[in-house]
Design a protein around this ligand. Sequence first.
Ligand code: UT7
Length: 320
Amino acid sequence: MIYASFKSIGAYIPTEVRSNQWFIDRMDTNDEWITKRTGIKERRIASSEEETSDLGAKAAKIAMNRAGISSADIDLIICATISPDYMCMPSTACLIAEKLDRRDVMALDISAACTGFIYALSVAKAFIESGMKKNVLIIGAEKLSNIVDYTDRTTCMLFGDGAGAAIISATQNKDEAIVDIQCSADGSQKDLLLTPSVQSSEASFMQMKGNETFKIAVRTLTSDVQKIMEKNSYKNEDIDLFIPHQANYRIIKAVGDALKFEDKQKVLTVEKYGNTSSASIPMAINECFEDGRLVKGKTMLLDAFGGGLTWGSAIIKFNG
Ligand code: UT7
């Protein structure tokens, strides 16, 4: 039997720090409102020379290095993004393949908004367990500053840029395997969070009905975790790190409290990076790896929600 294991993590954090003051200087807002409503103090912004594929390729190189493999060993590249370098083609995964010096590899993008990394994980697992691929590079990469409307004070301060990547590899050892992943979508709620279509005369900036999205996010993130934990007979004490999508501190707190996770289990990066959509979970996993909270054998619970609507969760043993 072949299983999929989570071998390594890497991230690229752009160097420019954009604090709340940047927004205060440009629009009718204040630090107290942003901090209280979102928990965000700073976000990172990519430079004009860096596109989404550059961020993704940099994160990918770190993940490959930590897994002890080269790009020649990768047989599938999946990039989750809602801010691709090009509108429809070529895919950002193709551009990343080029930046990793690969000319003959299967490469595709996934469009599942903030749930993109969990969707990518699920596709990687299926390809590996079917025996079709051995080493899959999955990436969540976003240059959201390209699609944020900086005249919309209700959404623009939420988002930042960044990328995270992971290597998912085949193993025959069940103890090293990803335990479970579940992904869902409901297109009937498409109007809550969208970028206008390419045919539209409106500029292609992200639009969000924040307050409605907030309430559905809390409900969905909570029930999705309850479902995956129950299905796999997992209890809270079986989880070392609860790593939810980093959209808003109040959402994470409400979900974490409802699920009764202890503070030491909850991973929070939203204060420093804001919401980086598909990159938020792998960037948070990377932070845990770099500060020593994530070591081989630890169990992570991932949980995400985003435009589509899409949502998903995963229970993963880290095999790095
Ligand atoms: O990643 C995918 C999923 N994303 C999410 O789940 C994000 C979901 N939404 C949110 O994070 C929150 O809804 C926001 C942070 C966007 C907004 O927080 P809220 O508590 O839902 O605020 P609200 O939209 O209900 O607005 C409350 C008030 C309004 O004033 P009135 O009508 O009560 O007088 C807004 O005009 O806050 C006002 N407001 C602002 N005030 C100062 C809105 N934006 C700002 C601002 N600064 N930037």
